[in-house]
Design a protein around this ligand. Structure first.
Ligand code: FAD
Ligand code: SIN
Length: 515
């Protein structure tokens, strides 16, 4: 198969780019491959909203820029922060033109919420299911455009570069990707003039996460194996308030917007502890709130802290957060009377594939946008609701780059996927064992608070898992679960390795040996 533009991923980043490119170049083809159902993505679960400066009476670009820089703890790229934030309103209007709905206030203006680290109300939202609405609107537009082919249940295994052609080069070029049709088992050689990784985050590397099953870091791992520059992987963001249950795995998020709405954090004994840690109390940035909760839990030995919403207007709460209200009820929590038990959970990766302001990676004809990319916007800790914004802006920048710099056709004979000497693995259970071990390792040794000793132990354990998984990979017919596990091992290696290199605590990175 051949295409002008191959996009890997159908979240906000991939879909936005596909629409813009397909509208501008009706004679060119776009192929989107996505490994699950078309809407399955981190985007679909976004709650709080999109941070944009709209109210110029109280807010300003300067204030949003300042909040982003403070949250990033000195490691943001100021020029990128300026660019993304000033582009925000235009990109939001475009999204609305494609049909995305957002809540209005009683005067008919967009209703603005507030979250941790924001000095003003500036988060545009649709109830507490903003991502669901964005994904719905983007997919509806994608399906109207005839030059976009969206292939669901198609898993990108690896990028195609000179490596597959057995050539050596100083300057790697991407020629497309090998794609597994997850239903038929066939592996396609998909040749593309331009390839874009929009494959999202890494939450599943930690067992306890707000992310859905698709967030296995595939885009970052593929880029890493192709030798792209990967940066800032130590900055894993833990969301402070995931609903606490006894179950492992996906954790339901209680949006930071609930604290923006006035909820308090309390220990089991009832103490409101955040004012002791930061003058912004519950609305301190996410790294500070997560680290404070971690510290409280270590002192008390409790399993969770609590969000207290009892003093809030219940009807207004239900109206603003219907999904959270309902999910709490299903867990026997009536927010009018009960506290919500919460714990931090892995949520977002601030680092990823390094890109310039056009979304270009260090590999020719390979671009990246959205959560798998590292743009310089977030620094050491992302400001809440800046992620959807970043994805919209970088999808636009990649599109603009293609308008101004047409990419020439790839004309190469690309080899088909070679699976000689491989067979169907006899024991799939090994993959599950290795995954559990990996997730336990990341949770126990590479969590919110790290130490050199734990990180070094983590490397040793990871090497054992790595060797087992590589052996399995080299001798097995590829499956989605095996490839995902391999990718998560690569991502874990990057997180631990880059953690050990950081000698100063910043934002979401906290190592007791750096004190
Ligand atoms: P995603 O939306 O994750 O999409 C990635 C796509 O790539 C998926 O379609 C996936 O199936 C596909 N894919 C991955 N690997 C492969 C492969 N190997 N082959 C083929 N396809 C592949 N951010 C905000 O700004 N505001 C919020 O309110 C907010 N709330 C959030 C709430 C939750 C619960 C979560 C989990 C995140 C939240 N975030 C929020 C973060 C934000 O949602 C994500 O960072 C953003 O949606 C990422 O978009 P994306 O397009 O980069 O990736
Ligand atoms: C939330 O609603 O708390 C998540 C916001 C984000 O991750 O930006």
């Amino acid at each position: 198969m051949k295409t002008q533009l191959l996009i890997i991923g159908s979240g906000v980043a991939g879909l936005t780019l596909a629409i813009k490119y397909a509208e501008a170049f009706p004679k060119k083809n776009v192929i989107i491959v996505t490994k699950g159902n078309e809407d399955e993505s981190n985007t679909k679960y976004a709650q709080g909203g999109v941070a944009v400066v709209l109210d110029d009476k109280t807010d300003s670009f300067q204030k949003h820029i300042k909040d982003t820089l403070i949250s990033g703890d000195g490691l943001c790229d100021k020029a990128i922060v300026d660019m993304v934030i000033t582009e925000g309103p235009k990109r939001l209007r475009e999204l609305m033109l494609w049909g995305a709905q957002f809540d209005l206030d009683p005067t008919g203006n967009l209703d603005l919420g507030r979250e941790g680290g924001h000095s003003e109300y500036r988060v545009v939202h649709y109830k507490d299911i903003t991502g669901y609405e964005i994904e719905r609107a983007l997919l509806a537009r994608v399906h109207q455009l005839e030059n976009i082919t969206l292939l669901e249940h198609h898993f990108a295994i690896d990028l195609i570069t000179e490596h597959q052609l057995n050539q050596t080069t100083e300057n790697t070029t991407c020629f497309g990707a090998y794609i597994l049709n997850q239903k038929s088992g066939e592996i396609l050689t998909l040749q593309a003039d331009s390839t874009v990784l929009a494959a999202g985050g890494i939450g599943r590397v930690y067992g306890h996460t707000t992310n859905p099953m698709i967030a296995t870091g595939d885009g970052i791992a593929m880029a890493y194996r192709a030798k792209a520059i990967i940066k800032d992987m130590e900055f894993v963001q833990f969301h402070p308030t995931a609903l606490y249950t006894n179950q492992e795995g996906s954790a339901f998020l209680i949006s930071e917007a609930v604290r923006g709405f006035g909820a308090y954090l309390r220990t089991k004994s009832g103490t409101r502890f955040m004012p002791n840690y930061d003058a912004r109390a519950e609305l301190a940035s996410r790294d500070i709130v997560s680290q404070s909760i971690d510290s409280e839990l270590k002192i008390s030995g409790d399993s969770c802290v609590y969000l207290d919403c009892r003093h809030l207007d219940v009807e207004a709460f239900k109206n603003h957060f219907p999904n959270i209200y309902q999910t709490c009820l299903e867990n026997n929590i009536d927010i009018a009377k009960d506290w919500i038990p919460v714990v931090p959970a892995s949520h977002y990766l601030c680092g990823g594939i390094e890109v310039d302001s056009h979304g270009k990676t260090s590999i020719t004809n390979l671009f990246a946008c959205g959560e798998c990319s590292r743009t310089g916007l977030h620094g050491a800790n992302r400001l809440a609701s800046n992620s959807l914004l970043e994805a919209l802006v970088y999808a636009h920048n990649i599109y603009k780059y293609h308008c101004e710099n047409p990419i020439s056709k790839v004309n190469r004979e690309l080899p088909d996927w070679n699976d000689e000497g491989t067979s169907i693995p006899k024991e799939h259970v090994l993959i599950q064992h290795n995954l559990k071990e990996l997730q336990a390792l990341m949770r126990d040794y590479v969590g919110i608070v790290r130490s050199n000793d734990r990180l070094n132990k983590a490397i040793l354990h990871l090497d054992v898992i790595y060797n087992e998984v590589e052996t399995l990979y080299k001798t097995s017919k590829v499956t989605t679960t095996l490839c995902e596990l391999r990718n998560m091992v690569n991502v874990a290696h990057l997180i631990i390795g880059q953690s050990l290199k950081r000698k100063e605590n910043k934002g979401g990175y906290f190592n007791v040996d750096n004190l």
